[in-house]
Design a protein around this ligand. Structure first.
Ligand SMILES: [Mg+2]
Length: 236
């Protein structure tokens, strides 16, 4: 198999703010062992930047899809980035900044290639935040699209998603020709589930209730880590 893993809510427990999310101490070593076990075919697939993933999972350094497919790092360690929309992003950042500073508990995250508004601490503002973000997307004239996740609204250049990122890595060794398995928890992971399903792979959603295209379910981060430990110890 080729194993593709979302990070937040899948390998790492969600936290009140993105900066507070911490990997459990055993996770980096588990990922490195899995990578050896699967001939190198283990990759992270996240909305975070690859630089942030490296910090979170230090000292593990894995192939990765970052910022919803806007960047990816191959098994050889080469990082590629799609052309960004700097001008539109600057305008979006300014518009969202006005909204965020007017309300307590909101957080604006600048990922460089995208900008994300987090309202985990203020779910009561979800509806209002969504209409602000929709307006920002509209004002960009098609240069940005709105991507919605768990208590998160992200403005990103259109045309990439986690599914596209997975397909990109599957073009080259050691991923090419293997059966893709993708584990993720969020709405933004559905594109990844669709991609691996279409390729005859296995999709796993980390949620027992949410409607999903995934074919299997795991309850939570603990269940994912237990399952991964089993994969690592499986006889060849
Ligand atoms: Mg996630």
């Amino acid at each position: 198999m080729a194993l593709f893993l979302d990070v937040d809510g899948t390998l790492v427990e969600l936290a009140p703010t993105p900066d507070e999310a911490r990997a459990a101490p055993q996770v980096p070593a588990l990922l490195e062992r899995l990578r050896q076990r699967l001939g190198g075919a283990v990759a992270l697939v996240s909305g975070r930047s690859i630089a942030t993933l490296d910090r979170m999972l230090h000292p593990a350094v894995l192939p990765a899809v970052g910022v919803h497919g806007l960047e990816w790092r191959t098994a050889h360690g080469q990082t590629h980035r799609r052309a960004n929309a700097a001008g539109a992003l600057a305008a979006a950042r300014d518009q969202l900044h006005v909204f965020v500073t007017a309300h307590d508990g909101l957080l604006l995250e600048d990922k460089g290639l995208t900008v994300a508004l987090h309202y985990r601490a203020r779910p009561d503002l979800g509806t209002e935040a969504r209409s602000v973000a929709e307006r920002v997307a509209l004002d960009s004239g098609g240069r940005l699209e709105l991507l919605e996740g768990k208590c998160m609204l992200e403005l990103k250049p259109p045309g990439t998603d986690k599914g596209g990122g997975i397909r990109q890595l599957l073009r080259d060794p050691p991923f090419a020709g293997r059966r893709p398995v993708f584990v993720g928890d969020d709405v933004t992971d559905e594109a990844g589930f669709g991609a691996v399903n279409a390729l005859g792979g296995i999709s796993v959603v980390v949620d027992l209730d949410r409607a999903s295209a995934a074919t299997y379910r795991l309850a939570d981060v603990t269940a994912v880590l237990r399952w991964l430990a089993g994969v690592e110890q499986r006889p060849t």
